[in-house]
Write a protein that binds this ligand. Structure first.
Ligand code: VG1
Ligand code: CO
Length: 542
């Protein structure tokens, strides 16, 4: 019954910041997806007869890859596969399902905010038994296996019906199709004060949620409209589409512009939010007030105790290095630790498992807590709703009060996309070479205090991750960070992260571009972006 199919390694099956991401056409090559899935099963820890969770963001190729993975799992001795109906599981929901049902891990099929469709992107990510992304030691082992693999195993069986809940046997393995929303919705109801939010809604509080034709649609519709009583139509673009309607399911001011325009208009609802392809990112916009993800992390941390799930307070906060230091000030005020990790959710797992951090966040619109081991878009939205319902203030007032208390970290990220890889590498190499000479140099009124290549030693397991981005810290707390993206599928993407701190009694009510103008000029002088890449302006500013 089990078939062993001879194969040869494919180049480049190296997981990046968040799994293996390539063009659909690449995954469609004969044996490509199978090689990678087999390599995962060869490399990871999985007792015989264990359970695998399987689901994705519904993008093009999701169903094909799921049927392949089911057959390969059956041939490799899994006892059970739990799969979301329709092949759907948001990333945070998959993390929860892994934890709740004691699976040894899960395959999440997603390229997150990258566009979908036959000519666009697909991705596969493995999460371990704690529900979180595989740490680097495991992704390295998977990659090593892809370089030596010479066969993969499968079983011959018809496709499993993914559209009806229930159990099917596949070559001695059980496949259970579950409601992708139910477990997750129950978890949210346990963490947040749903009655308080419902009361606010009854009192006229209104919101707009853009699901961006991606995986969060069914979750948001059930929770926001179904359980919290928001008006029908609150969730826009709520049906997951294989190509996300031709858009990038990236909840930022560029790709969620319609929502932004709604929120800046005179008849805006009280609250606006969006999430990404796989449901782990969030965008928060109040009426007339955009909240940067870094600020959102800080504001949520400062107010989390208002939600029942966090009433006992926070054990610690963790943020990725390029995320602004706004959360650090909240941690200091609460007398708890703030950890600075490399980019990517996998670095939060040990801190969450060890009970050292409760809330984590990234500047890229990822926020989450120890309720799962992934960032969680709807969770962030619900925590905001809970806080607003209890405090009965507008987003704008909450933000102003926060800045007056803690000061404001003006922040923006400039992305230069699809640069030729050699040019991007040359830019980074030149930056690294220039590091020793930077301290003491002046750029306009800014003087460099310190400059380094960020290296992280995990405080729990001692593992070291080097070359995680170039930091240039100026006197007075302003900063610029340069790093190359690890999620793109075309050339290189240079990310330039800009930050300036103003104390609470300073200029906290200015426009971000004005406040960052000098740092932007300094970043160009330091990195020679135009000279190296030929680009004089970023493609995306978030
Ligand atoms: C980006 C973000 C990072 C995030 C990662 C995965 O990585 O910067 O913060 O964790 O995407 O998020 P990079 O290497 O391209 O900068 V998701 O929602 O795409 O899974
Ligand atoms: Co995502």
């Amino acid at each position: 019954m089990i078939q062993t199919i001879p194969s040869q390694p494919f180049e480049g099956q190296k997981p990046g910041t968040s799994g293996l991401r390539k063009k659909v056409r690449v995954f469609q090559q004969a044996g490509y997806t199978e090689n990678f899935v087999q390599s995962v099963f060869d490399a990871v820890e999985r007792p015989a007869g264990t359970t695998l969770v399987l689901g994705g963001d519904g993008r093009y190729y999701n169903r094909t890859a799921i049927q392949q993975a089911i057959r390969i799992a059956a041939a490799n001795g899994y006892g059970k596969v739990i799969v979301g109906r329709g092949g759907i599981l948001s990333t945070p929901a998959a993390s929860h399902v892994i934890r709740k049902y004691g699976a040894s891990g899960g395959l999440i099929l997603s390229a997150s905010h990258n566009p979908g469709g036959p000519e666009e992107d697909f991705g596969i990510k493995y999460n371990i038994a704690n529900g979180g992304p595989a740490p680097e030691a495991i992704t390295e082992a998977i990659y090593a296996r892809t370089q030596t693999i010479d066969c993969w195993m499968t079983v011959e069986t018809p496709d499993v019906d993914l559209d009806n809940d229930g159990e099917t046997e596949v070559a001695g393995m059980m496949v259970q199709v579950i409601d992708p929303v139910a477990d997750y919705a129950e978890l949210m109801e346990n963490l947040f004060d749903f009655p308080a939010i419902r009361a606010a809604v009854e009192g006229g509080f209104a919101m707009a949620f853009d699901a961006m034709s991606a995986v969060t649609g069914p979750y948001a519709t059930e929770i926001l409209e179904g359980r919290l009583g928001f008006a029908a139509g609150t969730v826009r673009n709520g049906t997951p589409l294989e190509d996300f309607g031709g858009h990038h399911p990236d909840p930022n001011l560029v790709h969620a512009k319609e929502l932004y325009d709604t929120m800046m208009s005179p008849d805006a609802p009280d609250f606006g939010a969006a999430s990404d392809g796989d449901g782990d990112r969030n965008l928060i916009i109040g009426r007339g007030r955009f909240i940067t993800p870094s600020d959102s992390l800080a504001m949520l941390a400062a107010n989390a105790h208002l939600a029942p799930g966090y009433a006992a307070g926070l054990k610690g906060i963790a943020r990725s290095m390029p995320t602004s230091a706004a959360a650090d000030r909240v941690a200091a005020a609460q007398g708890i630790a703030c950890y600075e990790t490399p980019t990517g959710w996998k670095f939060f797992g040990t801190l969450l498992d060890a009970g050292m951090a409760t809330i984590c966040g990234e500047e890229s619109a990822g926020t989450g807590s120890d309720h799962v081991r992934e960032k969680d878009g709807l969770w962030a939205v619900l925590l905001w709703l809970n806080i607003l319902a209890v405090r009965k203030v507008s987003v704008d007032d909450l933000a102003r009060e926060h800045w007056a208390q803690f000061g404001r970290n003006y922040y923006a990220r400039h992305d230069y996309e699809a640069i030729e890889t050699e040019r991007a590498d040359a830019l980074m190499a030149a930056l690294i070479a220039a590091l020793p000479d930077l301290p003491g140099r002046a750029f306009g009124s800014l003087t460099v205090a310190e400059a380094d290549s960020f290296s992280y030693t995990d405080p729990v397991d001692g593992s070291v991750s080097e070359n995680q981005g170039i930091r240039v810290l100026f006197e007075g707390g302003s900063r610029v960070v340069f790093r190359l993206s690890g999620t793109g599928t075309q050339g290189a993407t240079l990310r330039v992260y800009l930050e300036r701190y103003e104390p609470g009694d300073g200029a906290i009510d200015r426009e971000t571009p004005d406040m960052l103008a000098e740092i932007i000029i300094a970043a160009e002088s330091i990195a020679g972006i135009a000279q190296h890449t030929g680009r004089t302006a970023p493609d995306v500013v978030t």
